[in-house]
Design a binder for this molecule. Structure first.
Ligand SMILES: [Zn+2]
Length: 188
């Protein structure tokens, strides 16, 4: 006797997207002379309809608008990277907000410091919430490396989101994305 399986696949509640055609001007009475009132559309694409100032003014406006946008928007359109707050002390460089950075990236501080030390070809160590490196490095250089780290170990290559975590599976490190479910093997 075969097992009685009367389980039917659950009917998917199909929620058809409502298509609501935009009925404009329904208060308007039907006119028999259909669309005659509309005449032919004037080709107005040559010029932007907004009041175009003189070219110079326009350029100045654009520039001003751009200046009001924080530079990070251009540098990292996908993800707001934390700034590196660092200073040089003697022959060493200290990242003051190291913990904040790894918290933002949601990464193990040891992982990031190892990466940075390797990239800088120097030694680094954690000191509480700070990181210390032998050698003198600019905040800018450190920031570039944090950006590189983020590209390699934080941002999902599938969906470009930072909602990921690193998991060790057997001997492989995987970047697992909670946004899209993407799984990307990491080197190292
Ligand atoms: Zn993803």
């Amino acid at each position: 006797m075969p097992p009685k399986t009367t389980k039917k696949p659950a009917k998917k509640a199909k929620s058809a997207p409502k298509v609501t055609p935009k009925t404009k001007s329904k208060a308007k009475p039907k006119s028999s002379a259909k669309a005659k009132a509309m005449t032919k559309p004037k080709p107005t694409k040559a010029k932007t309809t907004t009041t175009t100032p003189h070219t110079d003014d326009y350029e100045a406006l654009l520039k001003r608008a751009r200046d009001q946008i924080p530079p990070e928007v251009f540098d990292q359109p996908r993800f707001q990277l934390p700034e590196v707050d660092s200073f040089i002390q003697g022959s060493r460089t200290i990242i003051r907000n190291f913990k904040d950075i790894t918290d933002t990236l949601r990464r193990d501080p040891k992982h990031l410091i190892r990466f940075l030390a390797h990239e800088l070809a120097t030694a680094g160590e954690l000191q509480g919430a700070q990181a210390m490196f032998n050698g003198r490095f600019t905040s800018r250089a450190l920031e570039d490396l944090v950006a590189k780290y983020t590209d390699e170990f934080v941002v999902c290559p599938v969906c470009q989101r930072p909602d990921t975590e690193i998991r060790r599976e057997d001997r492989l490190l995987m970047l697992v994305c909670s946004a899209c479910g993407g799984r990307t093997p990491l080197k190292g």
